[in-house]
Structures are given as C-alpha cells and as structure tokens.
Design a protein around this ligand. Structure first.
Ligand code: GLC
Length: 540
C-alpha cells in the first residue's frame, strides 16, 4: 500500500463516505440468527469492494437490548451475542488492512439499567454517591416534573424506596448525571479505551441531551424540537463536554474524530457543535426530511451549506439510518403527501416502489456529489425497501411497547440483510436458521449476490459512483456553484470540471453542450434528454 499522506490522514473525515453497520442485522457468523462481529468480518470485502472509506458500527457493547443496544451495560466490552473483544480487535485490524476506518457509537446520555453503576445506585439508596451518578429525586407521590420520555409515557420511574429516576428514553435507560465529575472522567476513559485499540472515531448518540437545566423545571407545552431554550435539549453547558472530548481526540495520531447525532432545529445552535474546538461533523437530518421536490431539496442544501460555513465544518448527507423508514419506501410516496420519516407516517399512503427505487438512485448520485461527506445505511446500496408489514408478534422496538401498541416503530428498517440465495435467511447466517426479524420472500430481488451480477443494479450504481467520486478531485469537500436549470430540476458545478444535474420532476431536458456523461442514475431518453427522477454526473 502507498504511504498515506499525512495531511489527508488528518482530514479524511471532511469527504468520507461512511457505511453504517447495524451489527445485529448485518451478517450472522455463528448461526444464532443475530448479526455479529464474525459476520461483519466475513463481509468486510463487500464494504471494500463497495468503495466506502469507513464504517460506523451501532452499539456492540454488552446490553440487555431493551433499545437494540442503546442501553449499554458495559462500555468497554462486547455483547457476548455479538462476539468477543478479541474478535473486535481483529475486526478493527482487518478493516484497517482494507483501508477502512472504524467508527463506534457512544451513548453518553444514559446507561442500561443493568449497568453496574445503576445496580449499585439502586442498592446504595437515597443520598448515596452511587445515586449521584444518575438523576434521582425525591418528590413524593408525583414525579419531579412533567418531562415525557421519547418512546412515550413520563420520563420518570419510581424505585421501591420512593425516589424517582430520570430516563428521557426507556425506563431501562436511566439518564446519567453530567454534573458529576466522575461521570465525565469515566466516559473519557471509555473513549481512550477504544482509541487505544485503533478506533478512528465515535458517533455520539443524542449529543444534544446530557445536560439538564438546574432545578429540572417543567417543559410545559414546548415540543421536543421547538426552537428556543429547552430544559433538557441543547443546553449551553454541553459544549464543555465536547471541547474536552476534542482535546482528548487530538492527542492521538492521526487525530480521532466525532460525528454528532443532534436534532437541533436552529441553524446557528446546530453549528455550535461543529466549532473548530468541538465535534468534527454532525448528521444532517434537515436534508433527510426534505421531500422529493426541487425547491425543497435546494433550500435544504443551501441551508446546510450556510450553517456549516459559519464554523468551517463539512456537511454530511444522509438518506436513511436505523431510526427512520428506508428512503426507497419514503420516496415511493407522493412528495406532496404529508409524510414524516417514520414507518408509521407512511402507512396508508399509496406506494410505487419502482418509482421509489428510481428516485433513490437519483438521490444517491445527488448526495454523493454534494460538498462534504455522506452516509450509506446498510441495505441502501441494495435499494432495500422498508419492511412495512412485520407481524406484530415480532416487533421489538420499545416504541411499539411504550406507545401501547399504536406505533410500529423502527423495526422495518432493521430487518437482516439478504446476501444470497432464493429463500430466507438469504445467506444472512450459515445454514437455514432464521434471523431475529423475519425477512420477506421478496427480499430475493435484493440479494447482494444477485445485484453483483446485474450491471444495472443499485449495488453496481453505488460501486461505480464511489469509484468515480474517489478519483474525482472535484467531489467531496469543497465549494458548489448553482447552475441555471429548468424549474423542477437542480444543477450545480463542482470545480474543477464536474457538473451535476438532477431532474426531479421537470420535463425531460437536454444536457449542456460539450458535456461528457460520467454516470447517470437511469438511462437518458432516446433523444439524449435527462428524464424525470434522474441524476447525471458530467465532466465539463
Ligand atoms: C438515538 C439512536 C436511537 C436510540 C436513541 C436512544 O436516537 O439513534 O436508535 O433509540 O438514541 O439511545
């Protein structure tokens, strides 16, 4: 391998394409129906051939899996169902040998209720140092305030001695107390533990929570994502935590990096997480939510670039992740329909999956050509749709339980990946053992093996696009200049010499004269025009 360029090594994250591995559903090495580290190791070549730069692995730590691993009971070990620390270290090594960086997921807002600290807190009782690591209050019969949990119900649970503890998510996920120096020191110890093992960075789960307003005042009528000060979202003091994490990451060579999950609605507040002495990048959920309409897409891109420019941070582009309905299925709906990002918001809206796939191809070439980095959620590269009709009996997302079985939640985008063959488990694991969530028969069309052999598949589109991107100096981080295009289309130039046209819903139109087509998401018309729902990459 050529010697990595030192400057490139320290800025790789500004242009990186990062593949999200939802480990429980990626590949199963031991045949118990649950994805694991062994499965991931056996499929690393898929990721190297795809041409991504890094992988982000959802939490793989010991966990009762009350919230699919976002309930961590030990931050410095591997969940036995997923493997061992030795295997994890081998995975990191093998990924690096293939030129792939490895990003883990840290969950700092809450631990599992099975974490040794919480168990100790329960045993030690009111007033103890162990309780001071969490947010316990004695408020008599009524909870300390009106806060609601994200998965439904109130955010407080009472323990037998009468105290209440805070959980912004599930009761199995008690919030830790970030005012406590011991908590801060311990999370930094966790960062060091994994950085010392070669991990290249962390995704920070709900990075905008952590700090709660002194006195824990009521939220009142304020919505979770309403602008303005909120007692438990986006408190100013949270930035001290990230300044300290950044200083720690910068002591490594090459420096380790962070990506924030921060649903912060106001552009300037969001940008604060990306100041030069804080986090490197954050997921761009604004764009993920934009409907498939040219003006809305352009506005979101402009807003994104503007807010990132405030602090000199690169943007990121995301179409799907483990918390939202897969974008093929969202794009299969009428863009004028008032859908959100959840499966529950799609149900009942008529779907045209062929159209969804076509738009997903166009969207992939759009995001891979925008300035900054991009994310690929496992299965995006196969064009996998959401599984909208999982039997209720298998639903595992806490949303389903906490909503009193009124919201199906996020399992439909977490169904195990189809790799090969004609019937479940589609090569997910060895033998014929069935995966933890059932795969529908129609997954047969989306297996990686089948798509590998089809030159027109989504998989081959992603591979080609990532190869072009890698060799194209204009792509990745850098400026963008908008082009004049017909209404219903988007066009922009990336210097030097690269142009991107997206026909969202305009009449088919001609490409600029003299442009050489590098790649299109679907064929041009017989007359050489760019049809609807199609993106073209051009050398100009
Ligand atoms: C984040 C995760 C989500 C999890 C929640 C609580 O939003 O992406 O999956 O349920 O945090 O940790």
């Amino acid at each position: 391998m050529p010697e990595p360029d030192a400057a490139l090594e320290s800025t790789w994250w500004r242009s990186a394409v990062i593949y999200q591995v939802y480990i429980r559903s990626f590949a199963d090495g031991d045949g118990d129906g649950i994805g694991d580290v062994a499965g991931l190791r056996s499929r690393l070549d898929h990721l190297a051939d795809l041409g991504v730069d890094a992988l982000w692995i959802n939490p793989w730590y010991p966990s009762p899996l009350a919230d699919a691993g976002y309930d961590v009971s030990d931050y410095r070990a591997i969940e036995p169902r997923f493997g061992t620390l030795d295997e994890a270290e081998a995975l990191i090594r093998e990924a690096h040998e293939r030129g792939l960086k490895v990003i883990l997921d840290i969950v700092p807002n809450h631990t599992s209720s099975q974490h040794a600290w919480f168990q100790e807190a329960l045993a030690a009782g009111p007033g103890s140092a162990a309780r001071a690591r969490y947010v316990f209050r004695d408020s008599g019969e009524e909870p300390p305030n009106d806060w609601q949990a994200m998965f439904g119900g109130r955010a407080w649970t009472r323990v037998p001695d009468g105290e209440w503890y805070l959980h912004l998510f599930d009761p199995e996920q008690p919030d830790v107390n970030w005012e406590n120096p011991e908590v801060r020191a311990d999370f930094e110890e966790t960062l060091r533990f994994w950085f010392d093992r070669g991990v290249d960075g962390f995704r920070i789960d709900v990075a905008n929570s952590l700090i709660k307003e002194e006195g824990l005042p009521d939220v009142g009528t304020k919505g979770h994502h309403d602008p303005g000060p909120h007692p438990h979202w986006d408190r100013d003091e949270v930035h001290d935590v990230y300044r300290s994490w950044r200083a720690l990451a910068d002591t490594y060579d090459p420096p380790r990096v962070f990506v924030a999950e921060a649903w912060v609605p106001e552009a300037d507040r969001f940008a604060r997480y990306l100041r030069p002495d804080e986090l490197h990048t954050a997921f761009n959920f604004d764009f993920l939510k934009a409907p498939w309409r040219a003006p809305a897409l352009r506005e979101s891109v402009e807003r994104t670039l503007r807010e990132h420019a405030l602090v000199g941070a690169p943007a990121t582009w995301v179409l799907s992740n483990h918390d939202v309905a897969r974008h093929v299925s969202r794009l299969a709906r009428d863009p004028e329909a008032d859908i959100g990002t959840s499966l529950d918001s799609l149900l009942g809206e008529p779907a045209d999956l062929e159209l969804g796939l076509r738009r997903a191809r166009a969207a992939a070439l759009l995001i891979l050509a925008l300035p900054g980095g991009a994310y690929v959620y496992q299965g995006d590269e196969l064009g996998l749709p959401e599984v909208e009709d999982l039997p209720e009996a298998v639903l595992d997302d806490p949303t389903w339980r906490r909503s009193g079985h009124t919201e199906r939640g996020r399992d439909g985008c977490r169904v195990p990946i189809p790799w090969s063959g004609d019937a479940p488990p589609f090569g997910f694991g060895p033998g014929s053992g069935q995966p933890w969530l059932p795969q529908p028969d129609w997954f047969v069309r989306f297996t990686a093996d089948r798509e590998d052999k089809d030159p027109d598949s989504m998989l081959n589109l992603y591979r080609t696009a990532l190869r072009v991107r890698r060799n194209e100096p204009a792509l990745g981080d850098g400026p963008l200049t908008w082009l004049d295009v017909p209404p219903g289309a988007l066009g922009f130039v990336r210097d030097p010499g690269f142009a991107v046209l997206v026909n969202v819903d305009a009449e088919p139109f001609a490409l600029p004269e003299g442009a050489e087509v590098a790649l299109t998401s679907s064929p041009l018309t017989d007359e050489g025009l760019l049809p609807r729902n199609t993106t073209a990459w051009l050398r100009v």
